[in-house]
Design a binder for this molecule. Structure first.
Ligand SMILES: Cc1cc2nc3c(=O)[nH]c(=O)nc-3n(C[C@H](O)[C@H](O)[C@H](O)COP(=O)(O)OP(=O)(O)OC[C@H]3O[C@@H](n4cnc5c(N)ncnc54)[C@H](O)[C@@H]3O)c2cc1C
Length: 315
């Protein structure tokens, strides 16, 4: 007989992992199905030879006013360090990479990696989830935490109805250049994080000043409109364009010293962050209202927003 779960969470990003903490606390019998080989989703860290890069989210806003319930989970201040502050609010970096924040919430016994959910079938108030290998899981409740357009594709493939207004929540895409740098230029070495750098470059983050990388390395996130325009271009040509724009930035910022790019890589996020947020922090669907849409399109376009959604859903 197949095992019956109280809940299955689709996705091991911060919202799925946060929700898992609540289900664990209530002694629920649950599982997380994650399509990729690791946990964290858009909290992503990549090592390349002697450099390390956060190539998704860069920092956690440590705002006492925010609604994310970190104090009930972990103390992010112990795991992270203050990287810079903006308007008096500390922005925390995680020297072991942003994925370390996700991993601190994860219990690997509850997670099945490389298991992509392809359909959901409703059966007598229960849900049957099928993954790519053909294996099936039966559960009382399903929590969908993928970026909203991906969750909607899954619902369409499953012929499960949802309100049309959810189609009106678009996501930005993000093209990201990862650069290993050699520089003796103080203006470059002293950089932490820059936002809205130019019409093309959205953010620049110094991975060495975050203490994520042992060597000088920068993550360059391109503006949403620029990313959308070049998303389908060949990777090598996109990386050349980003390198050229970053090199221009380095020249403009440079004083007496010199900076040169030693190595570069491209990372592509089809769904980076939602451009609008749904009015409620989650949405229940299905004939038994047991299919729950959640994540950053519901709680807010940030790590804290995703966690807020996880804390708001009804168990
Ligand atoms: C480049 C970039 C920079 C950012 N910078 C910041 C920042 O500095 N600070 C900040 O607070 N936020 C930032 N964000 C936003 C932040 O990362 C997200 O809002 C947050 O991580 C979303 O978490 P989530 O759990 O809702 O979704 P995700 O992290 O996307 O998790 C969803 C998970 O579901 C999995 N999945 C999807 N479909 C399936 C399926 N069919 N079956 C199984 N698994 C599936 C995915 O693999 C993924 O692991 C940034 C995002 C990007 C891309």
């Amino acid at each position: 007989m197949t095992q019956m779960y109280d809940a299955i969470i689709v996705g091991a990003g911060i919202s799925g992992l946060g929700l898992a903490c609540r289900l664990r606390e209530k002694n629920k019998n649950f599982l997380i199905l994650e399509k990729s080989a690791g946990v964290g989703g858009r909290l992503a860290t990549r090592r390349d030879q002697d450099c390390t890069f956060d190539h998704g989210a860069q920092f956690l806003k440590s705002d006492p006013q925010n609604r994310a319930p970190w104090h009930e989970l972990i103390n992010p201040n112990e795991l992270g360090k203050s990287w810079f502050s903006e308007d008096g609010v500390q922005q925390l970096a995680f020297p072991n990479g942003m994925t370390s924040l996700a991993k601190s919430l994860a219990n690997l016994n509850e997670i099945r990696l490389k298991e992509k959910v392809i359909t959901i079938t409703e059966q007598n108030n229960l849900c049957v989830l099928e993954i790519e290998s053909g294996q099936k899981y039966t559960t009382r409740k399903v929590y969908l935490t993928a970026p909203l357009p991906q969750s909607l594709d899954l619902l369409k493939d499953s012929k499960i109805a949802y309100p049309q207004e959810l189609e009106n929540i678009p996501y930005a895409s993000a093209l990201v250049g990862l650069f290993r740098l050699d520089s003796n230029e103080k203006n470059i070495l002293d950089l932490n994080y820059l936002q809205n750098v130019s019409p093309e470059i959205f953010t620049i983050s110094n991975q060495l000043s975050k203490e994520v990388s042992r060597n000088l390395a920068f993550t360059v996130v391109m503006q949403p409109t620029w990313s959308e325009k070049y998303f389908s271009e060949e990777d090598s040509s996109t990386l050349l364009k980003i390198s050229y724009l970053f090199q221009n930035f380095l020249s403009q910022k440079g004083g007496q010293g010199t900076s040169s790019i030693l190595n570069s890589q491209l990372k592509k996020w089809r769904y980076s962050h939602p451009l609008k947020i749904f009015e409620d922090p989650f949405k229940a669907l299905g004939s038994a209202e047991n299919i729950i849409l959640m994540g950053d399109a519901f709680g807010g376009a940030s790590i804290n927003g995703a966690l807020h959604s996880a804390w708001s859903v009804v168990l």
